[in-house]
Design a protein around this ligand. Structure first.
Ligand SMILES: [Zn+2]
Length: 425
């Protein structure tokens, strides 16, 4: 058992990122001190909110309930995200930690707003014009803690802009380790994911973000030394998914509207629908009012440029995705899905467009089995083997393994405890 567990999620960290460690000394040191599992398979759709929920529950999205980043709200330009913990249907690692009387802290960990975590800065942003960031953050977080961190380090951030947000987060994590010493600490850093979306997977901006992450990791490890808890701490560095470069957008709802399955009024607002494409970026769910239209939809959507594959039930659920979906459309590498009803069905993304809402240079959300698309995992701590490399694991194995590290248990998970990483098996 380890007394403390520090989980640092570097959003969009790929297996490929740890192949060259020449400029990543802090990550290299943890790999040297512990275990590196090279290839970790994400979940389907490989999006941040479903993935982070799989990480702390050990279950697939179909079971834990977070089947997408955002909710089904047809026609809405900015649908609500699954911010709140109440949407998770199974026990989480932090629930179990709290039950055991451990102190918990979370820093922009997805789907953890109003979660009961002792020290919580929730990832939630205003999505209604009458709300503002301070209000929603205070509402979803632990208010005193957030106010304290904002007072000390708020000057470092510029809203949710990167890399400033992760600079702020790093100071908040370090401060919390020094002064509060939570037994379970979960932190989610988005710097590199943002850079990949805006500049591409292997861009110099993404590389610079990875180097910044390395510095953040080094400083957080140093903080545990300063706090005198280093020897009793297990460190986890993980990714939730990788990304794939894209240059073409597909709007399946444009086709569904042409086919008469979506009806809009004069203002272009959705008034009714029989079939609706709910984007997951690299893939897209299709929800149907009546499954009788499934076959015709399948035939029609197969003809769309950039569609790699169309899954039906029970295959969708077998892959761990939403059992309520009628179809799931997988994009070819280079293609991604937009939810909009207006615009061309297929659009080459011009460089000027990148940076506008929904226009990206790279995305995720694809089938986690896609080629060169794996994430990775590093674990180092008192009970973990040293200088050991394993080839494969799954994201759903992480939750039960983290529970074991703290002497806890997540019962009946779809993932398994990675017994092979522990010194005493
Ligand atoms: Zn992510």
């Amino acid at each position: 058992m380890s007394r403390y567990l520090v989980v640092l999620s570097l959003d969009a960290l790929g297996a490929e990122d740890l192949e060259d460690l020449s400029e990543l000394d802090a990550l290299a040191e943890l790999m040297e001190k512990g275990v590196h599992i090279k290839q970790v398979e994400s979940i389907y759709p490989s999006l941040t909110y479903p993935a982070h929920t799989s990480i702390i529950t050990g279950h697939y999205p179909k079971t834990h309930g977070i089947v997408n980043n955002t909710k089904i709200e047809p026609g809405k330009a900015s649908p609500d995200w699954f911010w709140f913990k109440k949407s998770i249907r199974v026990p989480t690692l932090y629930d179990k930690a709290k039950e055991a009387g451990l102190k918990t802290a979370a820093f922009l960990w997805p789907v953890a707003a109003k979660s009961g975590i002792d020290h919580n800065i929730a990832e939630i942003f205003p999505n209604r014009f009458w709300l503002n960031q301070v209000m929603v953050s205070l509402w979803g977080s632990s208010p005193r803690f957030l106010l304290e961190m904002n007072k000390k380090y708020g000057h470092l951030r510029k809203g949710i802009h990167q890399p400033e947000l992760d600079h702020f987060l790093t100071e908040a994590v370090i401060d919390t380790i020094l002064h509060k010493q939570p037994e379970l600490l979960l932190a989610h850093f988005v710097d590199m994911d943002s850079m990949r979306h805006a500049y591409g997977v292997r861009s110099k901006e993404a590389k610079a973000a990875l180097k910044r992450h390395n510095t953040r990791v080094r400083r957080i490890v140093e903080a545990t030394k300063e706090a005198g808890i280093y020897q009793d701490t297990t460190f986890v560095i993980l990714g939730d998914h990788y990304q794939i470069d894209v240059d073409t957008a597909i709007r399946l709802n444009v086709r569904l509207q042409e086919l008469g399955y979506i009806k809009t009024n004069q203002n272009g607002e959705v008034v009714s629908w029989q079939a609706y494409a709910k984007s997951a970026d690299g893939s897209s769910y299709i929800y149907c009012e009546d499954t009788a239209i499934r076959q015709i939809l399948q035939q029609e959507l197969r003809k769309v440029e950039g569609v790699e594959r169309i899954l039906i039930q029970p295959e969708i659920a077998e892959k761990g995705a939403d059992p309520a979906a009628c179809l799931m459309v997988e994009g070819k590498p280079g293609y991604f899905f937009m939810e909009q009803l207006n615009g061309p069905l297929v659009e080459k993304v011009s460089p000027e467009k990148v940076g506008e809402p929904d226009y990206y240079k790279a995305v995720h959300g694809y089938d986690p089995k896609k080629e060169n698309y794996q994430t990775t995992l590093v674990i180092a701590g008192p009970e973990i083997k040293q200088q050991t490399v394993f080839e494969k694991a799954r994201l759903i194995d992480e939750g039960p393994t983290f529970a074991r590290i703290l002497g806890l248990e997540l019962p009946e998970t779809e993932g398994r405890v990675l017994e092979e990483i522990f010194i005493t098996q």
